[in-house]
Write a protein that binds this ligand. Structure first.
Ligand SMILES: *[C@@H]1O[C@H](CO)[C@@H](O)[C@H](O)[C@H]1NC(C)=O
Length: 459
């Protein structure tokens, strides 16, 4: 049975971890309950906007000779660090040379920790930074969108993720074909995540982000040490009381998750996928899910309820799965888009008061300014009324590609909110390019940001 297999948890060899305590959860219960109840209803129509997987777009640090690792190369160009050697793949045998190894979600991978470790041994330039290396995986369906503005929205949603990844030094893979024909709609993410794990033995984490989720704080950096601290292997936005007490199928959101590239994750995804269309008891799982999680209104087994079910059945899974509720690892757009204005005002105020924060800088070093800012956000809070920029805004129920958004959302509310959110995020990016949109509703108008903005001036 699923539960017993999962308890054979094992943590990755790359995950040795001291440092940092968990902060306490800050979300108020009222906030959660309202959000949960509303979501349960809304998600009947909605849920995913993802369908399938191809095409790699990566931004790896470039260095062609490990001797050039730090400092300047022969043309006098400064090299990035940590340097990885993209032109070195020695003939030593690795898991890639095993004809039995299969990428398909239907085939198990064994001894993955050892295989990864061995690959890293033969690729020392990747070993150094492996612990914090993250590959983001996202995607959409293979066909053009039915919604006339769907492909435009998907492009902007993807651009937003590319921007985030470039700023933080992460690779990104956009997949738009089903890697397993049966694993469609919300199940399509599992085959893509598994394939990405095998394609990136040099990465410790794979970060799945739904196509309809976007970064609304380009500065915030994943607190990976928090998850290393007790060897957690998976991170989702969710709350234990909603799983065990409320038994809600929106107790967590499976549209955004981090999963460690290790054997535990391979085993867990096997069990998880067994509750999907490739499993022999797919139909039965749908019935079981609805019998326990009563707010789930549609019959089929879905990946989110399947994940919740496994945690519900085996509480010890929480030793490996971190339910993140301390920041918006993802947040419901209807709750958070309206908080943008207050955040903008507070952030401007911070910048007016502190020349360090408003100093112009190269985009490549913007993480440093994020760190400066972070030290001033202690009082911002995370719950309702927080003036921190929400990290990820998730347009659950909007279905940008099909256009069949939830009937509860009036008129253009989805597209208007999405435009606002995308422009809000893009303003944070454009700032380093010297421009900004003065009006978040007006996508096509930018103005040049004056020197020392936002000090003084009529803003
Ligand atoms: C914005 O801030 C004001 C004043 O602090 C507060 O009354 C209001 O509720 C906040 N709005 C949101 C959406 O959080």
């Amino acid at each position: 049975m699923i539960a017993s297999e999962l308890s054979k948890s094992q943590s990755s060899p790359m995950a040795k971890s001291p440092l940092r305590n968990k902060a306490s959860s800050c979300f108020s219960d009222v906030f959660l309950y309202l959000g949960g109840a509303l979501l349960a209803f809304l998600l009947v129509w909605s849920l995913w906007s993802y369908a399938g997987p191809d095409i790699a777009g990566g931004f790896p640090p470039r260095v062609t000779d490990s001797k050039l690792r730090f400092g300047f190369d022969s043309r006098g160009c400064l090299q990035e660090e940590p340097a990885v050697n993209l032109r070195y793949d020695p003939p030593d045998r690795t898991f890639y040379d095993d004809p039995e190894l299969r990428y398909s979600i239907e085939h198990r991978i064994k001894d993955w920790d050892e295989k990864r470790k061995e690959w890293l041994k033969y690729h020392p330039s990747f070993a150094a930074g492996a612990r914090d290396r993250v590959v983001m995986v996202t995607g959409s369906q293979p066909k053009p969108c039915k919604n006339p503005i769907g492909d435009h929205l998907l492009l902007r949603l993807f651009k937003n993720k590319v921007d985030y990844c470039r700023i933080h030094g992460y690779d990104i893979f956009y997949n738009n074909v089903l890697l397993h024909p049966k694993m469609n709609s919300f199940w399509a993410k599992l085959p893509a995540v598994k394939a990405a794990m095998l394609a990136h033995p040099g990465a410790e984490w794979i970060w799945w982000v739904d196509s309809d989720a976007m970064f609304s704080d380009m500065e915030y950096k994943l607190p990976l040490r928090r998850y290393d601290y007790k060897n957690h292997n998976m991170v989702v936005h969710g709350w234990a009381n909603l799983i065990y007490d409320e038994k809600s199928w929106t107790a967590l959101n499976a549209g955004v998750f981090l999963i460690r590239n290790c054997q535990w994750s391979m085993d867990f995804m096997d069990s998880w996928a067994q509750m999907g269309p490739i499993g022999p008891e797919y139909v039965k799982w749908g019935h079981i899910q609805r019998s326990i999680f009563k707010d789930k209104l549609f019959p089929g087994s879905d990946d989110q309820t399947a994940l919740i079910y496994q945690i519900y059945k085996d509480k010890s899974l929480l030793d490996k799965i971190y339910l993140e509720g301390e920041y918006y690892f993802e947040g419901y757009w209807l709750e958070i888009v309206k908080t943008y204005d207050n955040a903008t005002e507070k952030y401007m105020e911070m910048e007016r008061e502190n020349p360090k924060l408003r100093r112009r800088h190269a985009e490549k070093v913007s993480e440093q300014y994020g760190a400066f800012r972070e030290s001033q956000l202690n009082e911002a809070g995370n719950a309702k009324g927080s003036w921190r920029r929400p990290f990820i805004t998730h347009f659950t129920g909007c279905q940008p590609c099909s256009g069949n958004h939830n009937e509860l959302y009036k008129g253009d509310s989805c597209w208007n909110a999405m435009t606002r959110a995308l422009n809000y995020a893009d303003n944070q990016v454009l700032r380093n390019y010297g421009f900004m949109r003065p009006d978040l509703r007006d996508t096509k108008t930018v103005v040049e940001t004056p020197f020392d903005y936002p000090d003084d001036g009529p803003w």
